[in-house]
Design a binder for this molecule. Structure first.
Ligand SMILES: Nc1ncnc2c1ncn2[C@@H]1O[C@H](COP(=O)(O)OP(=O)(O)OP(=O)(O)O)[C@@H](O)[C@H]1O
Length: 721
């Protein structure tokens, strides 16, 4: 960016506005903090007042966080309309009391749209778009784009694009908001009025996560009803969630819940399992099988008997079946439906008791007539009439029967409980999953489409710890036995959505009854447990074709040279996928070779060289999962983050050293996709370290092998290729 005298003058002029904005931010913050302190100090008498105080405190604490979060880069843009109107744009909106024009327009407001969407071909009434780089409350740079074809005039600072600067900036290990440089193809999705399911696909680094997170912020701003119900962001693992965790708070949004599917499940998994087993557990057939297990616990076609007083009341099979059908068709989950079943049986038993009582009385009467020649009923009625009562109404035996009392007694009787539970036991998610996975016969019955071998893979040892894939099955089982999850959301964002198994999709959709969702992913990057290869496969079982699909085509992360090096691999793993177009150029990827005993030394020497040539850069060593602990023990963590290939989805670094590509490929099924993900994580430099094939077979170093510190390479670490 040119920052000459004109630039300096403009920066100074902008500084006055920026200072005023920060002044207002400070005022608003001081006010919110003072009101929060007052609320917390206030006495509250009784639960009603305590509740009201806590609600007010929660609201004010949220306001404080909202204002605090927007501090860094609060003001980032300005638009000058052709008619001379000027608006400053920021992470949040700020307006002085009674002020007509806001001092700062929230980037999500309709008035801000032209900032993102205007082009010289479609200026949308703008003359100029200005980017401000503000650090520590100081305007460091100003950069203008003229949109209406007018020549640059005094006061215009036309220079390098701020996007290039943002993409070149060193990575910190935490994703930053891209609110100042959101591109038109991204903004269209972020700002879309579409309330249903939006799907965004695109190659590595095309800004899918950027779009997903800014979309979440937009939804929270533009759809208040949805915001009230909350936003959930699902990511593939906690490392990824940590990576993206600062983006929404930096946009003044602190309310979104970030989670993995496992994190939402009713158990904390303690065990790992092979990806192939996890994939099988993620297939849709498991949902049917669990449902069948639950159904098999719902009142088999049997008779029912329960002691009532000194008698045993029996219900025929048909009655039990009727009660079962009524409970099953109620649409309730197993346990609440069980409570209904119990009430139906209580009614039926009460009816049976009443009928038995009437029959007994009738038998007694008949006996009396036979033995005494006296009709007792008629005699009693005649006596009552003589006393002035309407005997026919008051003395009928059926009327004396207190059905409510009998029903209440039954429902409080542990013998009745036990008899009902024998037909319709209360279930827990754990008992359901165990009943399927710990029983080979149940699996053969309920998972007939799996092969014997697949079923034996699924067979669980009783007492074993739960795994991630089990946690998802437990969530499904919880929905079957207890009902929908306690917490649902108004909007759900799924990042790295290609990773979700069919069972995880069910889990995510259960959390979003409104079906307002943003799903972003890339099937070329799918891991070994993924069960779908296309959006249609993933979504159509749940949503039909009711989703809007967008494709992002520009690669913002990796350089042209890095993406070009993955082109053949991409053609193999995702034939037909158009490679994205990189915006930037950089050095050619480098390849080092080493002997297997010297990998660590070669790596250390390369890292040392890179750290010296590019101080402050974020370096990552990506390797097969099994190698990570060894590299950490060898002290590689001093120079770089060591990231197992299975955990690198969604992350990015300035430079990546990828260790032993064939080992990564061999480590897990579909390992070429893991490799592709690893190769596309660098913003600037990529270097692969390959073990010489000859050396793989020979325990001792061969002649062509490179020893520690003697790595061959396509150039020095800072080579521009
Ligand atoms: N408009 C933008 N302005 C500034 N930076 C951007 C923009 N769009 C994308 N980026 C940057 O490009 C990089 C890649 O973006 P992002 O992580 O969203 O891509 P992705 O498509 O989700 O990648 P992957 O498929 O590998 O997970 C990030 O550093 C992001 O901040």
């Amino acid at each position: 960016m040119r920052f000459d005298d004109d630039g300096a003058r403009q920066a100074e002029a902008e500084q006055r506005h920026v200072t005023a904005v920060y002044h207002l931010l400070d005022e608003r913050l001081a006010d919110a903090r003072a009101r929060l302190a007052d609320v917390l100090r206030a006495e509250a008498a009784g639960p009603g007042e305590i509740y009201a105080r806590e609600a007010a405190a929660g609201h004010l604490a949220g306001r404080v966080r909202h204002l605090e979060g927007a501090e860094e880069g609060l003001v980032f843009g300005r638009i000058d309309a052709a008619d001379g109107t000027v608006l400053h744009l920021g992470r949040i909106g700020l307006r002085t009391d009674g002020g007509e024009t806001p001092l700062l327009v929230d980037w999500r407001a309709e008035a801000a749209r032209p900032f993102y969407e205007a082009t010289p071909l479609r200026p949308l009434g703008l003359r100029r778009r200005r980017h401000l780089r503000v650090e520590d409350r100081r305007v460091r740079a100003v950069s203008d784009e003229l949109l209406d074809g007018s020549p640059a005039a005094a006061g215009d600072v036309v220079g390098d694009g701020p996007l290039a600067r943002a993409l070149e900036a060193g990575r910190t290990g935490r994703m930053r908001a891209a609110v100042a440089t959101l591109q038109a193809e991204q903004d269209t999705i972020v700002r879309s009025a579409h309330r249903g399911v939006t799907v965004v696909q695109g190659g590595p680094g095309t800004g899918k996560t950027v779009v997903a997170l800014h979309r979440a912020a937009y939804v929270l701003y533009a759809f208040p009803r949805v915001a009230e119900q909350g936003v959930l962001i699902l990511g593939p693992n906690t490392r990824f969630l940590d990576y993206i965790s600062q983006v929404l708070p930096s946009l003044g949004e602190n309310g979104a819940v970030l989670a993995t599917c496992t994190g939402l499940a009713p158990v904390t998994p303690a065990d790992a399992e092979p990806p192939e087993t996890a994939r099988l557990k993620g297939t849709a057939g498991l949902a049917d099988a669990l449902s069948a297990v639950v159904r098999s616990r719902q009142a088999p076609h049997r008779r029912f008997a329960v002691p009532v007083g000194k008698e045993v009341v029996r219900l025929p099979r048909e009655d039990v079946t009727r009660a079962r059908e009524a409970a099953v068709t109620s649409g309730l989950a197993h346990n609440p439906a069980g409570a209904l079943f119990k009430r139906y049986l209580a009614d039926m038993v009460t009816g049976a008791v009443e009928r038995a009582m009437i029959a007994d009385l009738a038998a007694m009467d008949a006996e009396a007539v036979e033995s005494t020649g006296l009709n007792l009923d008629e005699a009693v009625e005649a006596d009552l009439r003589a006393l002035g009562f309407d005997g026919a109404q008051d003395a009928a035996p059926a009327e004396e029967f207190d059905a409510d009392a009998v029903r209440a007694a039954l429902l409080g009787d542990s013998r009745f409980d036990r008899a009902v539970a024998a037909l319709w036991p209360r279930l827990t998610p754990e008992t359901v999953v165990r009943a399927l996975l710990e029983d080979a016969e149940a699996m053969a019955l309920h998972l007939p489409s799996l092969t014997e071998r697949e079923r034996s893979r699924l067979l669980r040892t009783p007492g074993a710890g739960w795994t991630d894939a089990d946690a998802v099955l437990l969530d499904e089982a919880a929905a079957l036995v207890e009902g929908p999850p306690g917490r649902t959301f108004g909007h759900v964002v799924v990042d790295e959505a290609q990773e979700l198994t069919a069972m995880q999709w069910r889990m995510a959709l259960r959390r979003c009854p409104s079906r307002s969702m943003t799903l972003v992913g890339d099937f070329a990057q799918a891991g070994p447990a993924a069960t779908a290869r296309t959006w249609a496969e993933a979504l159509e079982p749940h949503l039909g074709t009711r989703y809007a699909l967008h494709t992002l085509t520009i690669g913002y992360r990796s350089t042209h040279e890095i993406l070009a090096a993955t082109r053949d691999l991409l053609a193999r793993i995702a034939p037909g996928q158009t490679p994205s177009r990189a915006l930037r150029h950089g050095p050619l990827p480098r390849e080092l070779t080493a002997h297997r005993d010297t990998i660590t030394a070669v790596l250390a020497s390369e890292l040392r060289a890179q750290a010296a040539a590019h101080p402050g850069d974020l370096l990552a060593v990506i390797c097969a999962d099994t190698r990570a602990a060894g590299l950490a023990a060898a002290g590689i963590g001093r120079w770089a983050r060591i990231v197992p290939a299975s955990h690198v989805r969604g992350l990015e670094f300035d430079a990546v050293l990828l260790v032993d590509p064939p080992e990564i490929v061999a480590a897990r099924p579909g390992g070429e996709r893991d490799l592709y993900v690893g190769l596309t994580r660098a913003t600037k430099r990529l270097c692969t370290i390959t073990v010489q094939p000859a050396c793989r077979e020979q325990p001792s170093p061969c002649g062509t092998c490179v020893r520690a510190g003697q790595a061959t390479s396509a150039g020095p670490p800072d080579s521009e290729g």
